[in-house]
Design a protein around this ligand. Structure first.
Ligand code: NIG
Ligand code: FE
Length: 391
């Protein structure tokens, strides 16, 4: 078993109060030992024990790897024209998804795989060490399960999102499409998915349809999560809490009752700042949720329509500038919050025994993630002690 010492860490965020100061468990002049891909020791750089390999990060900052709990990585084409039209005043609507569905159905496995690989490489370069990925750009039995099989080659956090929008060939026959999703499509998808998701919003699926989709998924052994309150509030948050969804995502439009429901539940409130940015929506204020005690996450929502970014630092910077996050809360939300949204306890921090997933920043502190917006600060990224990205 080889051990690696990562030393000369100027500033180390562990997310573990017992290892350093405050919620972030911050320590200066630190080192850590990795054994078997896990964190085995954290302490002062002056006292680092012997190890087989020694890596000096030369005074840089080390943070837990970002956990991106919401992304749509398997698709073809892009929608730059739609983005430009939006900047010129056209409103975002769920219907744009159908453009990507047509392109995705027309693509070969190799094309989809290489587009996904490109996005995963971008994620690593932005410090993301775990990511979720959804289907939802195929919307037929064969291609939804194909999308999940491709996603599975990159992550174990795969999500069946057959209920993303009703495809054109089912227009006017929405309930028939819901039956397909909850029947044959789910049976083909379930072996390749861990999660079931539904876009419960205006122009997509109503609360009854969403409940049918999530309940069928649960019945098939998948765990539920939901796209909630992006375009308007139709009651998706109450459904999320009722079904004990791991996470309710977007939350652009939140009522007081939603905030109370989330804070009294196990459902994580996941914000997607890239989506408000790219759809030119007003930003929600996350403060009321912190104050009520809800667990909060930040994710990229990487997709070609509403948020075509793989950059967690960008999402953090927007969340800090526009959504009531402090730099500390934003970092917590993009690491431990994301892990909670995936119901994972082995990632999201650098406590002893956790997977050694971390990013090294060319910066003296984590605050620079939002203080230096748009600047690529990630020097290297490590998953289970293995270097997956080096600048
Ligand atoms: O999470 N809101 C629904 N789904 C995606 C957007 C899909 C698209 O526009 O292609 C989202 O933002
Ligand atoms: Fe999404």
């Amino acid at each position: 078993m080889t051990t690696i010492a990562v030393t000369d860490i100027g500033s180390l965020v562990t997310n573990d109060r017992s290892l350093g100061d405050g919620e972030l468990g911050l320590r200066l002049g630190a080192a850590l030992i990795i054994e078997d891909g896990k964190v085995a020791w954290v302490g002062d750089a002056t006292q680092v024990p012997d190890a087989d390999r020694r890596i000096s990060v030369q005074g840089r900052t080390v943070i837990p790897g970002f956990v991106d709990s919401h992304a749509h990585l398997v698709f073809a084409g892009d929608r730059a024209d739609e983005f430009e039209a939006r900047i010129n005043g056209v409103e975002y609507s769920a219907g744009g998804i159908r453009t990507t569905v047509a392109a995705t159905r027309d693509s070969s496995d190799d094309e989809l795989r290489s587009n996904t690989a490109r996005l995963v490489a971008e994620m690593h370069a932005s410090g993301i060490t775990t990511f979720e990925s959804k289907s939802g750009y195929a919307l037929d039995v064969e291609n939804e399960s194909r999308s999940l099989r491709i996603a599975q080659q990159f992550t174990r956090e795969t999500t069946f999102l057959g209920a993303h929008v009703v495809p054109s060939e089912y227009s006017g026959r929405e309930d028939e499409y819901v039956s397909l999703v909850t029947g044959e499509m789910l049976r083909a998808a379930a072996p390749h998915a861990k999660w079931i998701d539904v876009f419960c919003d205006r122009g997509a699926f109503d609360v009854d349809q969403a409940r049918a989709v999530l309940e069928a998924g649960i019945e098939a052994g998948l765990a539920p999560r939901i796209h909630a309150n992006q375009l308007t509030d139709i009651g998706a948050v109450a459904l999320a809490v009722e079904l004990d969804c791991a996470s309710a995502d977007h939350l652009t439009h939140l009522t007081k009752a939603d905030i109370e429901a989330l804070s009294g539940s196990r459902t994580v409130a996941t914000f997607l700042p890239g989506a408000e940015f790219s759809t030119r929506s007003a930003y929600p204020n996350a403060k009321a949720l912190f104050e009520a005690g809800a667990t909060v996450a930040i994710a990229t929502d990487c997709n070609p329509g509403s948020s075509y970014t793989t950059s967690m630092p960008f999402c953090i910077a927007v969340a800090v500038r526009e959504m009531g996050f402090s730099p500390e809360r934003a970092l917590m939300a993009a690491t431990r919050g994301g892990a909670a949204a995936l119901r994972r306890t082995d990632i999201g921090g650098l406590s002893l025994g956790m997977r050694a997933d971390f990013a090294v920043l060319n910066a003296p502190s984590y605050i620079h993630l939002s203080y230096r917006p748009g600047v690529d600060l990630v020097d290297s990224t490590w998953v289970a002690g293995q270097n997956v990205y080096q600048r």
